[in-house]
Design a protein around this ligand. Structure first.
Ligand code: FAD
Ligand code: NAP
Length: 557
């Protein structure tokens, strides 16, 4: 019998709190998964550890948080009505507006009755006999489900670095990825920010405006492109809406990154210096991540080509930042441009022209300890009233690793992934039947406009479950050989690019001891979608589908 609550009923097994599908996480992935599965008539339950829906946008409430993909594209495409009725107010929506959108989706599609908030999933154990999962919640309940979908997010496990003395700091310590719900006011305070990735680059200008003094502790300078954020009016939205179906098709089927726009076809050296500079200037003036994705086709594979874009951005930084030494420190020189997620900012570099900001290079002068009233590097001490950690996430695998997941023969996922994540298509893991991961390692995921990748995975999973139901099949597992082949393909593609040259979170390099494996699939969303569709069209090639050994549980309420 699969759970303590199982009771026998007419020779079949009846289980209290049994679902067809249990979904973990109520961010954009979990919400859409629930919507699709419900439409199939399945009994679904979503568990979310936060007190609200929205995932990333529920947790990352720091001042300045906003999307770096344009709002008209960073939104669901599954409902024509939704995309016509929702009016984004800015080119890049702010966190409160994106969170409002997630809540609107939950209400509009009446999703809340099937979502349990404030409930952390701590363990998932596969019951071989029943062909289903026993799932343990943080309040000690055991729930069973035929299928589990992990919609736990790639950037949902905020990482607090192990810096000596951190816990003895007498002022408040905030992490950008777990920001308080109450307003935080830095007025009149001496504030320290550690970290200059996308979060740090967004929060720094906002804090500098309020604080008495802001000290930014930078280990690695990052490339950032101005967002050129602006209000959106009906005149901006209407033409876009008029071609929404073309836009969405392009994002899904023709693009690498899930973004609508120009596709780079020429190599950087097919243009002469003047033409190339003019192209970069136009993209810098336009703003946003398309600076790279639309410029040249070889920027991620040819270091000399990449240098032309990197040099352009370094020169811009030198032009903007008045103090020469600060400008020099802000110019990235540790990695090719784009091999760490490129940042998109509002006034980041100009903020360093303010009188109340200091940049400290902790690569040459590392942090020694946090003091009760400040921070000490090897060479200097800094008095601080508040500390902000913009130190990122244990990305892609962090939230999965925190759940005790046991598959066939008691194998844990953490053991299987001890040398790095292995999956088939980033969707399933051999030996862990009926367990799906949305935007998991091995899929385009974080290299794309993530809502495009989320919708694709959700649709694929829903279609797969429907296929199985129509054929009376209960259990699906990835084939080990198909998985090995996919992992080799993912690595081979990554190794053909400049990406492994950066110590990025894509490679797990930001977490001491994490295996250095390039986790996302770099072949692009269009190519990846085609592969997934072909796998499905061939009767789920590389997957094994069977009937459960034990009779199917009957859900009782
Ligand atoms: P999440 O939104 O992370 O949701 C996962 C949910 O699962 C969380 O609410 C979490 O609490 C819950 N959860 C995790 N583990 C458990 C557990 N054991 N039990 C119960 N619940 C659990 N992507 C883009 O494409 N464009 C952008 O502009 C962009 N901006 C970003 C800005 C920030 C600040 C960050 C951090 C990320 C950004 N991303 C962006 C990536 C972003 O994470 C995705 O776009 C998207 O929101 C992910 O949705 P999700 O549902 O997959 O995961
Ligand atoms: P991140 O990119 O990993 O940046 C973390 C920063 O903290 C880096 O500068 C890192 O330095 C520094 N750091 C980490 N540990 C440190 C330590 N022990 N001592 C000193 N410095 C340390 O994290 P993030 O900025 O939160 O962004 C993560 C991802 O979330 C982004 O890449 C993006 O995908 C998404 N995001 C998007 C947006 C947006 O614009 N829409 C905003 C925020 C986040 P090193 O580089 O030297 O490790």
């Amino acid at each position: 019998m699969s759970t303590a609550q199982a009771i026998s009923q007419q020779g079949r097994t009846a289980v209290r709190n049994s679902y067809d599908v249990l979904v973990v996480g109520a961010g954009f992935a979990g919400l859409y998964m629930l919507y699709r599965l419900r439409a199939l008539g399945l009994k679904v339950r979503v568990f979310e550890k936060g007190a609200g829906v929205g995932g990333t946008w529920y947790w990352n409430r720091y001042p300045g948080a906003r999307c770096d993909v344009e709002s008209m594209q960073y939104s669901y495409s599954f409902s024509e009505e939704l995309q016509r009725e929702w009016d984004w107010s800015e080119r890049y929506a702010s966190q409160p507006e994106i969170l409002q959108y997630a809540n609107h989706v939950a209400d509009r599609f009446n999703l809340r009755p099937d979502i349990e908030l404030n409930t952390h999933i701590v363990a998932c154990v596969f019951d071989e006999e029943a062909g289903s999962w026993s799932v343990t919640t943080s309040d000690g309940r055991i729930v069973t489900a035929r299928f589990v979908v992990l919609a736990t997010g790639c950037l949902s496990n905020a990482r607090v670095p192990d810096i000596q003395g951190l816990h003895g700091f007498s002022g408040p310590v905030y992490h950008t990825g777990n920001w308080p719900h109450e307003p935080v006011d830095f007025k009149g305070l001496r504030v320290g920010v550690i970290g200059t990735g996308s979060s740090g680059i967004q929060v720094v200008p906002m804090i500098a405006e309020r604080a008495k003094h802001l000290t930014v502790f930078q280990r690695t300078a990052n490339f950032s492109i101005p967002a050129r954020n602006a209000p959106l009016t009906d005149q901006d939205r209407q033409p876009f809406r008029a071609k929404y179906s073309e836009v969405r098709r392009f994002m899904r089927e023709l693009s690498r990154s899930g973004l609508y726009g120009e596709v780079a076809e020429r190599g950087a050296f097919e243009d002469d210096d003047n033409v190339r500079r003019a192209k970069y200037e136009a993209r810098w003036a336009h703003g946003g991540t398309t600076f790279l994705s639309s410029a040249y086709s070889d920027l991620y594979v040819n270091k000399a080509a990449n240098d032309t874009a990197a040099d352009f951005v370094r020169k811009k930084i030198a032009e903007i930042v008045k103090d020469e030494e600060t400008a020099k420190l802000l110019q990235p020189n540790t990695h090719p441009i784009g091999t760490k997620r490129i940042c998109v900012d509002t006034d980041y570099f100009t903020t360093f022209n303010r009188p109340n900001i200091t940049l400290v290079d902790i690569r040459s002068d590392p942090i020694q300890e946090i003091l009760s009233d400040g921070l000490r590097t090897q060479a200097k001490s800094f008095q601080l009233d508040a500390l902000v950690l913009a130190t990122g996430f244990d990305a892609m695998t962090g939230s999965l690793a925190k759940i005790e997941i046991r598959g066939r023969a008691g194998l844990t996922l953490n053991r299987k992934w001890a040398e790095g994540p292995k999956s088939y298509l980033g969707l399933m893991i051999a030996g862990f039947p009926n367990l799906f991961v949305i935007t998991g390692p091995g899929s385009p995921s974080v290299l794309s406009n993530m809502i495009v990748s989320i919708e694709q995975h959700v649709d694929w999973i829903a279609d797969c479950l429907n296929y199985m139901r129509e054929r009376g099949l209960d259990v699906i597992d990835a084939d080990k050989q198909a998985e090995d082949k996919w992992v080799a393909h993912v690595n081979e593609l990554a190794n053909g690019t400049l990406f492994p040259q950066a110590d990025s979170w894509y490679l797990g390099a930001n977490v001491p001891g994490k295996p250095r494996i390039f986790m996302p699939y770099i072949g692009g969303v269009a190519a990846y979608r085609k592969i997934c569709n072909e796998v499905a069209a061939k009767g789920y090639d590389g997957f094994e589908m069977t009937a459960a050994r034990a009779p199917k549980p009957v859900a009782v309420s």
